[in-house]
Design a protein around this ligand. Structure first.
Ligand SMILES: C[S@@+](CC[C@H](N)C(=O)[O-])C[C@H]1O[C@@H](n2cnc3c(N)ncnc32)[C@H](O)[C@@H]1O
Length: 379
């Protein structure tokens, strides 16, 4: 199978898959190939935090021109996978000089499948882009075409808990990956001081409690497959639920905007995490850490892109000052696409990791705030 992910998360996902019991785990670019049985496919969809999709390849062939593509797709025994009365959707990704338009490739593929059914049964499956019975993925890399079944259906960032979105929310998969990159696994108190709709808090609590990432999701693509084994699925889901543990640490969110904070509360409730996450309205600037000891901060401040700022340099300067004065002995990780603004923080990042927030190239930076002077802390 092939699990798709975001740029920079390949090793994280590979480790997740190994931990879950996959074999032959091979990271690629924005994806990880692995082997596993039907039950593992259910498990990967339920549990992987950094996967966007889990694809199950069914056939690969060489292809150089459109007619060839149509003929070869039509030869696949699609009746093995769906009924003529069923619905389908086709997603295409194309990196080839022979084919340049992914939409066109998707259309040709759909035509070939539909024509095969029409010619043999007189009935044609129809297209349903939102909730098809079978979502098919066609990937053309130069002249190599791979057809896969999309076992996830809608992207796995749709966890099912985010019913309210604030302005500029972060993707659930990006939030989970950043938290994992920051080294947080539930070992310390955690805070998102600009929590917006609460995505980072919810993902952090799920990581801390070992809650499967997609336990709140209402449907996966494989549920409408011919071979869906509901008993096997439930056994796997129960086994994952048994591994949930107590959250031994505090998980706290803050946002200065009351309406946004209400959205966070709704989402946290929807994720069944109200007991474990506390949120409060407040201005991060000038704040202090909620209690003594180490606090692990992960946050996503405005970049002056989707959320604009009057004075970017002053805003990022306040972040640096607040961290220095109010959060000694702690660590903060922050994602921003505004590299220029990072210069105003006035703290030297101890790590800088290249990531993307959607299409925006961004940096995920780590600041370590020393308790007292740096020299004293080293001693
Ligand atoms: C990019 S959004 C965070 C989105 C969030 N990660 C999510 O997934 O919804 C930035 C948030 O910072 C908040 N914010 C801006 N300045 C703040 C401050 N001084 N103190 C606390 N929150 C602040 C905004 O209200 C906004 O909700």
């Amino acid at each position: 199978m092939l699990a798709k992910t975001l740029f920079g998360f390949e090793e994280l996902l590979a480790q997740e898959l190994r931990d879950l019991g996959a074999s032959q785990v091979t990271p690629g670019v924005r994806n990880v190939a692995f082997e596993g049985d039907l039950g593992f496919m259910y498990k990967a969809n339920l549990a992987c935090r950094t996967a966007i999709k889990i694809l199950k390849p069914i056939v690969s062939f060489n292809v150089f021109k459109e007619d060839d593509l149509y003929d070869k797709v039509k030869q696949v025994p699609w009746e093995t996978y769906m009924d003529a009365e069923g619905t389908l959707a086709v997603d295409a990704t194309v990196f080839s000089k022979y084919f340049t338009h992914s939409q066109y490739v998707a259309l040709k593929t759909k035509d070939a499948i539909v024509d095969r059914f029409r010619e043999s049964t007189g009935v044609r499956p129809s297209v349903d882009l939102d909730r098809p019975d079978l979502r098919i993925n066609i990937h053309i890399d130069r002249n190599i075409c791979t057809l896969s079944l999309d076992s996830s259906g809608a992207s796995l960032h749709k966890r099912g808990y985010r019913v309210e979105t604030a302005l500029a929310p972060i993707s659930e998969v990006l939030a989970a990956g950043l938290i994992m990159l920051s080294g947080f696994h539930g070992q310390s108190d955690f805070m998102d001081p600009m929590c917006g709709s609460g995505t980072i808090l919810i993902e952090a609590a799920m990581i801390a409690a070992n809650i499967p990432a997609n336990i709140n999701r209402d449907v996966f693509g494989f549920e409408t497959w011919r071979d869906f084994d509901v008993d096997l699925y439930e056994t796997i889901e129960e086994a994952l639920i048994k591994r949930i543990r107590e959250v031994p640490v505090k998980i706290i969110g803050m946002d200065k905007d009351a309406r946004t904070l209400n959205k966070a509360k709704t989402n946290i409730k929807e994720a069944n995490l109200s007991e474990f996450i506390q949120v409060q309205q407040g201005d991060f600037f000038g704040s202090e850490k909620p209690s003594d000891g180490y606090w692990h901060l992960v946050f996503n401040p405005p970049y002056d892109e989707r959320l604009t700022l009057d004075d970017v340099a002053a805003f990022y300067g306040h972040i640096g000052n607040t961290l220095k004065r109010g959060y000694p002995g702690s660590q903060a990780w922050m994602i921003t696409s505004n590299e220029e603004a990072l210069k105003s923080v006035g703290l030297r990042p101890s790590k800088k990791i290249k990531v993307f927030n959607g299409k925006l190239p961004a940096k995920f930076v780590q600041y370590s705030m020393y308790q007292g002077s740096k020299k004293a802390s080293k001693q």
